[in-house]
Design a protein around this ligand. Structure first.
Ligand code: GRF
Length: 247
């Protein structure tokens, strides 16, 4: 049984999508813990409602990054994580922390990397006038939003899109993409060399989902247990300096 530990800072919809797929598809895995950076993180409520073990490593109790990361690593290791899943975790992680979980820590970023690393990806995509946008699941490396890519989801950008509409379309794609990629991790298919990932038994073409919410297999509109709450990555949420730069 593979232990997944999921780190969240916001509403946790990707965490819910992964937990839901894990249960529904009978992965040989369990969600060992959902760890939030504060007790007020909205996704904690959703995790509890799903019966998942939760933990909090409160950033405010550890103003220094070294102390915070030591507490976080202790918590992750206490839950015996085999795979660490960043699901909207808005903290910048040090190279030492990244190294500790090298090859077994994944992240999802709301753009087609390497386009639009960092914040405000949907707004920047609209400003750039791209016709395709999406999301990327990657192994976490020292490079900001720059680790080896496991999978991507592409969605169209419509003429009349605004930031909210585009963000919602990308998020629905994320809910298909992230569980798919985490499952490959759980199944031990993922290897990486020279900055590139290979996935055993999975054709390269299957690593790209095209407009996954617009085809015949479109998922239902809402995830079970999703609590709609303000995003933690808005200025009123986390402190600017504590933002993880990948939204
Ligand atoms: C997602 O857009 C993800 O790509 C980014 O942060 C957001 C998290 O959303 N890293 P949620 O908390 O999973 O709903």
């Amino acid at each position: 049984m593979t232990n997944l530990v999921i780190l969240i800072s916001g509403r946790g919809s990707n965490m819910i999508a992964i937990a839901d797929a894990c249960r529904r598809e009978g992965w040989p895995a369990r969600i060992a813990a959902v760890i939030a950076h504060g007790a007020d993180v909205p996704g904690l409520q959703a995790a509890r409602a799903l019966g998942l073990p939760t933990d909090v490593v409160d950033g405010r109790a550890h103003p220094e990054r070294a102390g915070r990361e030591a507490a976080l690593a202790e918590c992750i290791d206490r839950h015996r994580a085999d795979i660490v899943v960043l699901a909207g975790y808005m903290r910048i992680l040090s190279p030492e922390f990244v190294q500790r979980y090298a090859g077994r820590m994944v992240n999802i970023h709301p753009s087609l990397l390497p386009s639009f690393p960092g914040l405000h990806t949907h707004r920047r995509a609209l400003e750039a006038g791209v016709t395709a946008h999406g999301a990327t699941v990657h192994l976490v490396s020292d490079a900001l939003d720059g680790g080896p890519i496991l999978a991507q989801a592409v969605v169209p950008v419509h003429d009349d899109d605004d930031e909210a509409r585009l963000a919602a379309r990308v998020l629905r794609a994320e809910h298909r993409l992230y569980p798919m990629a985490v499952r490959w991790m759980v199944e031990g298919r993922v290897a990486h060399r020279d900055g590139r990932v290979s996935i055993d038994g999975i054709d390269h073409r299957l690593r790209c989902l095209y407009a996954p919410d617009e085809g015949p297999h479109a998922p239902s509109a809402t995830l079970p247990g999703l609590v709609e709450a303000p995003r933690a990555d808005t200025p009123s949420g986390l402190q600017q300096q504590n933002r993880r730069a990948d939204q």
